[in-house]
Every structure is written in structure tokens, then in C-alpha cells.
Design a protein around this ligand. Structure first.
Ligand SMILES: [Cu+2]
Length: 152
């Protein structure tokens, strides 16, 4: 595999730092010493590792089970999640909605579950991973226990 190294030579040089000498600030000679530039995104370095995978428990109704070919995910209508935080960690809440849950943690089985089942589900949100949403536990609600939808 040949890379077109002549095209866009600046972008391929691996060092995009422009000398700042003209600013009169001495920053040292090694402006490009192999430190990888930080990825764009939240300041994850300040967050505790476990805080990057926040976990939520909510009640839901199964709308669809994953298809065998993997093309369709588990889909559930979940209750509002008032403490849901966005990628930056800010609590923004999540309304009730039908939402796909593409990830299942190891050991989590959907055997015995059916469309229409009312469940309690716990899931992790892994903002920088695929799948982003991973179910870590799911259980059927007892007879008579129902998720609350529509502000009811
Ligand atoms: Cu949702």
C-alpha cells in the first residue's frame, strides 16, 4: 500500500506546530517531540475513569428484539431519565423515548424476553466507544409493575 506522501505534504508531516518564536516566547526546541495531540472532545483527563461510563437504571417496554443478523438492535421505550448527563457530564435529562440499545454486556441474555415485556434495565453510556449504549442488566418487572409514560 503506497501512501500519497507528496500530496498535502504539510498534513502528512506529522507535525503541524508552527514556530512561535516570533511571539517572543521561548518554548524550547522540541515542539514536536512525539506527544500525540489531544483528541478533540471533553476534558476527559479530569474525570474519574468510572465517571466516563455513567450508568442509568430505568424501566422500559421492549419494542423490538435484536435480529439474528445483527441489523436490528434491541429497542426499548424507556421512562424519562432525569439524571442523564451529556458527553460533558452536564445533567440534561432524557425524555421518555423509544431508543436502540445496541450493546449487551457479557453475560446479559435476552433469552425469554419478548416484545411488549416491561423491564427494568441498567445501561452504561460509553460516549467514546461503539456501541455507545451497553445494557449491563435487564429483568422483567413483576406483574402489575409498569413503566411510567406520558407523565402518567
Ligand atoms: Cu433514550
Amino acid at each position: 500500500m503506497v501512501r500519497a506522501s507528496r500530496v498535502g505534504g504539510i498534513g502528512n508531516s506529522g507535525c503541524l506546530l508552527i514556530p512561535v518564536v516570533m511571539a517572543g516566547i521561548f518554548v524550547g526546541p522540541s515542539g514536536c517531540d512525539g506527544r500525540s495531540s489531544p483528541k478533540p472532545g471533553p476534558t476527559a483527563a479530569t474525570a474519574a475513569p468510572e465517571a466516563r461510563h455513567p450508568t442509568y437504571t430505568t424501566r422500559a417496554v421492549i419494542e423490538a428484539l435484536p435480529s439474528a443478523d445483527g441489523k436490528r438492535f434491541l429497542s426499548m421505550h424507556h421512562e424519562a431519565i432525569p439524571d442523564f448527563a451529556d458527553k460533558s457530564g452536564k445533567v440534561v435529562g432524557m425524555k421518555e423515548m423509544v431508543m436502540p440499545f445496541p450493546g449487551l454486556a457479557p453475560g446479559v441474555s435476552l433469552e425469554g424476553f419478548a416484545v411488549g415485556d416491561a423491564v427494568e434495565v441498567t445501561f452504561e453510556v460509553r460516549w467514546n466507544e461503539v456501541p455507545r449504549t451497553v445494557v449491563t442488566s435487564i429483568r422483567k418487572l413483576a406483574e402489575g409493575e409498569k413503566p411510567k409514560f406520558g407523565g402518567g
